[in-house]
Design a protein around this ligand. Structure first.
Ligand code: BTN
Length: 242
């Protein structure tokens, strides 16, 4: 662990390399770290993505996990909140326009720039929430993506927008949004790359298509199929068709 920077009211733990900042945040919450706490690394050896996937974290990115004591423990809504904080921070610092792909991806020029993985940490006996982890991975200056993602991933490549600057901005925005001062759902919908578009999704092993109509207050995606049947998707992969 190394000294990185200081943020008012937030403990910062910085690492050159770690298995996963999310895993570290979970470990520290379980051992009673004071919250909020920010875990940040230059690279991760076991970066975690959603649904048990891995997240490419070899360096050149911002890998951060903010551990908070939040009332908001609905993971989906927390992911929506984090996506808004990321999108607003990037647009403010770079002037670039980004989009949000439900539920946890931020896109730039039609490619994935950022992934978000939120986790709730509970006491194993009482089930009580000990804290929540908001994990964010952003490709800042990644030069060589591995073959399997090189056509779908993109780097920010904004001179002067470093991991330090961006992580501070995002952290402050997340904490502000968590305080409930601002409505973030409307912004999320405006930035959504899915709403009003034809999408395809898999539910109970079956593939469906429909039009993405709305994102409800819990952060679930509302999809209407050709028979006007409405599906409320709380998780899973949704693909854009056209
Ligand atoms: C996804 O796109 O599937 C979510 C990716 C989340 C990656 C970030 S990087 C920082 C934090 N630590 C992890 O192990 N994962 C998250």
């Amino acid at each position: 662990m190394r000294k990185f920077f200081w943020m008012e009211g937030v403990r910062v733990y910085a690492f050159d390399k770690i298995d996963s900042t999310n895993s570290e945040a979970v470990r520290r919450i379980k051992s009673g770290v004071k919250l909020p706490a920010l875990f940040i690394a230059d690279s991760q050896t076991a970066g975690k993505g959603t649904r048990g996937r891995s997240f490419y974290s070899d360096g050149g990115g911002l890998y951060m996990s903010l551990a908070v004591n939040a009332d908001e423990t609905r993971i989906q809504r927390l992911t929506v909140l984090a996506a808004v904080a990321v999108a607003q921070s990037i647009e403010k610092l770079t002037g670039k326009t980004v989009g949000i792909k439900w539920v946890n991806d931020v896109y730039l020029n039609g490619k994935k720039l950022c992934g978000i993985l939120c986790e709730r940490v509970a006491d194993p006996i009482s089930g009580k929430t000990l804290g929540v982890v908001i994990g964010i991975g952003i490709n800042l200056f990644v030069k060589d993506f591995p073959d399997e993602i090189k056509d779908i991933a993109v780097s920010l490549n904004s001179k002067g927008v470093t991991a330090k600057i961006l992580s501070c901005e995002i952290t402050n925005r997340i904490l502000k949004l968590l305080s409930g001062e601002e409505d973030f759902m409307q912004y999320y919908k405006e930035k959504s790359v899915l709403l009003g578009r034809e999408v395809c999704y898999v539910k109970d092993g079956k593939q469906y298509t429909g039009i993405a109509r709305d994102i409800d207050d819990s952060g679930a995606l509302v999809v209407e199929d050709s028979d006007r049947f409405t599906a409320i998707l709380s998780s899973g992969d949704v693909m854009l068709l056209k």
